[in-house]
Design a protein around this ligand. Structure first.
Ligand code: DOR
Length: 439
């Protein structure tokens, strides 16, 4: 029986939940995957995609992005960012609270959810941000993947750099706490030591490995004290990876960004302040240790920390330049190119960018190509290479730290809830994602 919402993807190399692959067909109906088999009759579907030669993956779930709406829409907004997601194979995202107003109340969370419902072409979820004053909001806000805590590298209300205030948050409730772990006291002190230096490379010395390690140690201490679910955002140093390798409580997870895996401090010489982010890029040694930790399961998954700023902002002189770089359009090709280079396997990329994220955040029915799961899918081309080109980017900021990089694994078709949201360069702006739920 065919139905108006049914889609048949025919002849793809399908990455299966057990990590193996199979050339075959996938049938979706009413937003869900209903069948995965070597061959499914074309009569079963109203729309058919010939996917021969392409690889089918579960859609990417990007668990750390900054999409700037409301308040900073001159950098990015939920529509442009979600189009960039569709192009990058990202079918769901978890967004951070440092918008204007800050997402620190149920009202602000509801406002974001409403905006997203009206304009996001992919699925969405929003963190609630911790301040020293909003504990009641943190306990009750819903739906949210968790509480975002900036232990450092932030100013204003969202900065939580006092152990006592952090302790109060870890002590109450049981929802996930996601920390940006950098020690603000150390950063402040080193800012003074390095004052007057305008070479952006000094950013990695000011916010050094030790600043990250100190904050991660404190977060782990508080998490152990209360056995509180902790997630360490964008882990960037060998020292933190080694710390977790020695002793990682079962209730702790960690993520790494593609840029902390494949870029390092040498990038300042080529792209200057475009390489400036928090936590900063590190050394080639850190790259290698992070890769190994990811392969060994010490680090659980990948997030982009998509943090767009305009080129005009980035053209100022360090330290007046904002930290952050966009990522949702390039993360999957960057990781799949690494897989083609032998750094990991394609099925590991699927785990790190989709399955493990769904598990860690308790997002039901996502992150695997199996009947009953949501039809959030991406077809990628692992046979051809194409460079990252500024003029092809959909992010409003209009640049990428990877411009000129020749990558493979570019999405050809992205599917959200059984609907084609991106196909060969074009976004279907009529598609709407849905609010994610968290168990
Ligand atoms: O580099 C960064 N930029 N790191 C963050 O944690 C925040 C982000 C932003 O919002 O610009």
């Amino acid at each position: 029986m065919s139905s108006p919402q049914s889609l048949l993807i025919h002849g793809a190399n399908i990455i299966l939940p057990n990590g193996e692959s199979m050339v075959g067909d996938v049938l979706t109906r009413d937003r869900q995957i209903v069948e995965v088999a070597p061959q499914i009759s074309t009569a079963a579907a109203t729309t058919e995609i010939d996917a021969q030669g392409l690889t089918l993956l579960p859609g990417v779930i990007d668990p750390q992005v900054h999409f700037r709406e409301p308040g900073l829409e001159y950098k990015e907004d939920l529509f442009t960012a979600s189009c960039a997601c569709a192009k990058g194979g990202v079918t769901s995202f978890l967004e951070m609270p440092n918008t204007r107003p800050l997402t620190t109340t149920q009202q602000a969370l509801d406002d974001k959810l409403q905006r997203a419902a009206s304009k996001c072409v992919v699925n969405y979820g929003f963190f609630i941000g911790a301040t020293p004053e909003n504990l009641p909001d943190l306990l009750l806000a819903t739906p949210t993947p968790g509480i975002k805590v900036f232990m450092g590298s932030m100013h204003g209300q969202l900065l939580m750099d006092q152990e006592e205030a952090l302790d109060a948050i870890f002590a109450r409730g049981d929802r996930l706490i996601a920390v940006h772990a950098e020690d603000q006291a150390r950063i402040n002190q080193r800012r003074q030591e390095f004052a007057g230096i305008h070479d952006p490379a000094v950013h990695s010395q000011i916010q050094d490995n030790q600043a990250a390690l100190l904050a991660t140690q404190l977060a782990l201490k508080l998490s152990r004290k209360y056995q509180r679910r902790l997630h360490i955002l964008h882990m960037s140093t060998a020292e933190e990876a080694e710390l977790l390798r020695q002793d990682k409580p079962s209730w702790v997870t960690a993520e790494v960004t593609p840029q902390h895996l494949v870029l390092n401090t040498s990038a300042y010489a080529t792209i200057g302040t475009l390489a400036q982010m928090n936590p900063p890029l590190r050394s080639p040694h850190d790259n290698e240790v992070l890769w190994q930790a990811l392969r060994d399961g010490v680090i659980d998954f990948i997030a982009t920390d998509h943090a767009p700023h305009t080129l005009a902002e980035k053209a100022q002189e360090y330290p007046n330049t904002p930290s952050g770089m966009p990522g949702v359009e390039t993360s999957l090709p960057v990781m799949l190119t690494a897989a083609q280079e032998g750094r990991c396997t394609v099925s590991q990329v699927v785990n790190w960018m989709s399955h493990a994220v769904a598990v860690a955040y308790g997002i039901p029915n996502k992150g695997a190509i199996t009947p009953g799961y949501d039809a959030d899918l991406v077809l990628v081309d692992l046979n051809t290479y194409h460079p990252v080109r500024r003029e092809e980017l959909l992010t409003k900021c209009g640049w990428s730290p990877f411009e000129g990089w020749n990558l493979t694994g570019w999405p050809v078709t992205t599917i959200v809830g059984g609907e084609i949201v991106y196909d060969q360069g074009k976004v279907n702006t009529q598609v709407r994602g849905r609010a994610l739920s968290f168990m």
